[in-house]
Design a protein around this ligand. Structure first.
Ligand code: MN
Length: 424
């Protein structure tokens, strides 16, 4: 077992009840303050821990990291050190803050340098994201979309059960939680009419998880399903904003383009794949049997409860979806094995989106398109208003957490307000 995952550990830092961030989590992110415009951080409860200061004060001695790896605006330098180094870093942090270690616990001067609170910092986009790939790996989601847009009797396209379908997206427009997104404009086409230009009328969210990679293998080499998790750093909540009307007109023959690349939002704390090991679970049965390079052994899916809330301007949060990452038909190891099977390389800081995570029941669908079934079943909010898609000034909030026995670890949230389309 990874020592930082020990469920018996407690911290000398206070952890509020039901916190997403007990000592067993130790996610990584990048924080900034008015005095320090970027440092690598972790957190326990609502206390933010500055890793650059931990390093400077000698608490990380013997580990393969320098002060410069942490006094920086991205996690890329830290991630560049790979899986084992990052595992040893998390284990060391766990030891420093666990109840049976006193060095920092009773050093008030060092604490003043190293510790702050979540209120005192701003979390920023944690990684300089290289290539971004989005998959389409929920069978329920793919079936629902196929039923709405194609043939209800043959909702899944013939390749879907044989390979994890994906496309290459755009990393420049991925923004952190709290950054507002503007309604996109584009070509919209009603049946039997010529297309027109205007603001999208069907802005939607997609409930996804994103995973960040370490450096992979050289161009031409492939990563097997057995090796894949060694190349995964960690996961965040991911809202893949989508404009359904733009998408419907543009997506044939080459797939998503302007319907997707205007924005995606990501939660700021990256929960390591190591921290998620206690929540590993079986992948749903795959039928027909997959080709050998996609076969895998062991538990490669993760039990992560997911929720989506819609908050109208000035109103209260309405929970509109609860799903689970474990529903995904294709797991991350299979996605990475497929991505590299042709020799395509991956690099430190690449991001892979899971695809919309829909479950088996109508309240577990991971998009408005499905929840309101293409506008035919509007959602009724607590203030009596209806939604078919997302309205201007609505805020969409995604949350996720794992829970088994005594330990709950979570992802925090990704929270984004949709603003009206601009006039210029
Ligand atoms: Mn997507």
């Amino acid at each position: 077992m990874i020592s930082a995952n020990n469920p018996a550990l407690t911290s000398w830092l206070e952890v509020p009840a039901n916190s997403d961030f007990p000592i067993q989590n130790l996610p990584f992110g990048v924080a900034s303050t008015s005095e320090n415009d970027g440092f690598v951080a972790t957190r326990i409860g609502d206390v933010v821990i500055n890793l650059a200061m931990l390093q400077a004060r000698g608490y990380l001695s013997g580990l393969p990291f320098s002060f410069e790896d942490f006094q920086t605006k991205t996690l890329n330098a830290m991630m560049k050190k790979g899986k084992q180094a990052n595992r040893s870093l998390r284990d060391r942090i766990s030891a420093i803050f666990s109840n049976d270690h006193d060095a920092l616990r009773f050093n008030v001067e060092d604490q003043a340098l190293i510790l702050s609170t979540t209120q005192a910092v701003q979390m920023v986009l944690p990684v300089a994201i290289g290539d971004y790939t989005d998959f389409y790996s929920s069978k329920e989601h793919a079936t629902n979309v196929g039923m709405m847009f194609r043939d209800p009797a043959n909702a899944l396209l013939p390749n879907w059960l044989w390979l994890p379908v994906g496309y290459h997206g755009r990393s420049s427009s991925i923004v952190e939680s709290g950054v507002s997104v503007m309604r996109p404009k584009g070509q919209l086409k009603n049946e039997g009419q010529d297309p027109v230009f205007g603001p999208s009328a069907r802005v939607d969210f997609e409930l996804e998880m994103g995973f960040y990679t370490f450096d992979g293998k050289p161009l031409g080499a492939s990563i097997s399903t057995a090796e894949a998790e060694d190349y995964i750093f960690g996961l965040s909540l991911f809202n893949d904003w989508s404009a359904r009307d733009i998408q419907q007109w543009e997506y044939v023959p080459l797939g998503p383009f302007l319907a997707k690349n205007f924005a995606s939002s990501i939660s700021p704390w990256i929960v390591t794949l190591d921290a998620l090991q206690p929540y590993a679970t079986e992948t749903p049965k795959q039928e027909p049997a997959v080709l050998p390079y996609l076969a895998f052994e062991g538990k490669k899916s993760y039990d992560i409860a997911l929720e989506v809330y819609l908050q109208p301007e000035g109103g209260e949060e309405n929970r509109i979806c609860h799903s689970n990452f474990k529903y995904m038909y294709w797991n991350m190891a299979q996605q990475l094995a497929h991505h590299t099977v042709n020799g395509c390389n991956i690099r430190c800081g690449d991001l892979m989106g899971s695809g919309t995570i829909s479950g088996p029941t109508p309240d577990s669908y991971g998009s408005m398109l499905e929840l309101a079934w293409k506008g035919t079943k509007p959602l009724v909010l607590s203030d009596g208003s209806e939604r078919k898609f997302i309205q201007d000034y609505d805020t969409v909030i995604m949350r996720g957490f794992c829970e088994n026995g005594s330990v709950r670890i979570g992802f925090g949230e990704v929270k984004t307000q949709l603003l009206p389309a601009t006039n210029d």
